[in-house]
Design a protein. Structure first.
Length: 154
């Protein structure tokens, strides 16, 4: 039985690791969209039946897109590149407020574990949001919090 030198063994392990990382990057490019675009449409109509403006704030672990006020019937859009790391998934959630409700409403608008589409269009209403114009595919708010007196709760 031939004994392998420690240098050869270390070099072989290094080559295997480099090859594994290269395969992982190549495979992830087949399964992860290059970019995802999320469009959010304001369809908030409080009990008065009249459309109203809303302010939204979208975040992920790495990005805070800031506050954006959207008039009724208008939209806000953002794009990003999902994680190629199989151990870290991208999740974007947004919070929504409007003048007739003193609460902040939360909705996950992209979850890499479940969403495989490159384009997601959310129509936001007082109960949550409907995805891609399919009114049978509506999600209720994932959370609702009463805002503090300074309106600073994110």
């Amino acid at each position: 039985m031939e004994v392998t030198s420690p240098i050869t063994l270390k070099f072989s392990i290094l080559l295997i690791l480099l090859f594994a990382f290269e395969v992982r990057e190549t495979l992830s490019s087949f399964f992860v969209p290059s970019r995802v675009t999320v469009t959010i449409i304001n369809n908030i109509q409080p009990s008065s039946g009249t459309g109203t403006e809303m302010t939204l704030r979208c975040k992920s672990d790495d990005n805070d897109l800031g506050d954006h006020t959207i008039l009724w019937g208008s939209s806000y859009e953002f794009s990003f590149k999902p994680s190629a790391d199989p151990f870290k998934v991208t999740l974007f959630f947004c919070s929504f407020i409007w003048p007739q409700d003193p609460r902040r409403h939360y909705l996950d608008v992209y979850d890499q574990k479940n969403d495989k589409e490159e384009y997601l269009k959310w129509e936001i209403n007082v109960n949550g949001g409907c995805l891609n114009g399919n009114y049978e595919n509506c999600a209720r708010w994932t959370g609702i919090k009463l805002m503090d007196a300074d309106n600073t709760s994110n």
